[in-house]
Ligand binder design. Sequence first.
Ligand code: NAP
Length: 304
Amino acid sequence: MTSETITAAASGTWKLGDLTVNRLGFGAMRLTGSAAFDLGTPSDRERSIGVLRRALELGVNHIDTAAFYFSSLRSANELINRALAPYPDDLVIVTKVGPGRDPSGKWLPWATPEQLRGQVEENLRQLGRDHLDVVNLRLNGPGSLAEHFGALAELRDAGLVRHLGISNVGPAHLAEAQAIAPVVCVQNRYGLETGRADSDEVLRACGEQGIAFVPFFAIAGEAGAFGASSNDGDDGQGSEVLAVARAHGATEAQVRLAWTLHQGPHVLAIPGTGNPDHLVENVAAGALRLSADELARLGSVHDG
Ligand SMILES: NC(=O)c1ccc[n+]([C@@H]2O[C@H](COP(=O)([O-])OP(=O)(O)OC[C@H]3O[C@@H](n4cnc5c(N)ncnc54)[C@H](OP(=O)(O)O)[C@@H]3O)[C@@H](O)[C@H]2O)c1
């Protein structure tokens, strides 16, 4: 399934607050270098810009990014700005705050509530916008999010941010955040072989309340954190995925994406790639429909 005629519209739509997006979106973390946070090998600038422009041509209107997605010479936000500004009205750019890296790339301590305004402004500068469509508060542990989310709610009230989301959270965080301000999306690690035990409950809670659930690492699983290309399919789990893929003339990456989209109409996909061929393949996965039998077979693949 590599047809360039399949667009992201084939995946259907969902709303992030008042903003409608195609369920098949794009993650910008892979645009800057050979590995997600690799300072040594910057990406080819024109290739990354080409991937972003092609994504929009293919109907993608939901891009996930962060100011801390950068390599020595490339920043995801600046690539997005260079490739896509002036931005089309229907493009929704989602960014995240909480984590940060210093100019040398070293991780900083998690932001204090007071530092979140600076992180929002950094995203505004890099993207060249005067407000951000959606900002996710990315947590780094199980503690309360109240002070941080309260600080973001103030920025929302001030008009710097249109909608808020949360990331790396459990159901209690969702309820805690909703007591402070509306939540339009939850972004957690989740895929066929990753994060299911941790996130099944919050995925369900989001579905019940019409909140988007946006998985990351849906293709690469845990390997995604360290820059590997994809799951290789030569183990017991991979062979089930491979069999389903072969039956559809699809790739395993496409089956993994399709599986996540089948977890509910509120589940969005943000596959990350710097490869134009992978982009086309990932968008086409939005048209891949799996049978109940295939979903049952894949569902028994265990959470690694
Ligand atoms: N909230 C958070 O804490 C958080 C954490 C991590 C990521 N994210 C977001 O989620 C997005 C997705 O996560 P991710 O990019 O780490 O993982 P992913 O989408 O699961 O997989 C990306 C990896 O798979 C490869 N890949 C992509 N499409 C492929 C295809 N069709 N065939 C084979 N390999 C393929 C990519 O390499 P190539 O470039 O070679 O295609 C890359 O190594 C990120 O881009 C980022 O925006 C959020």
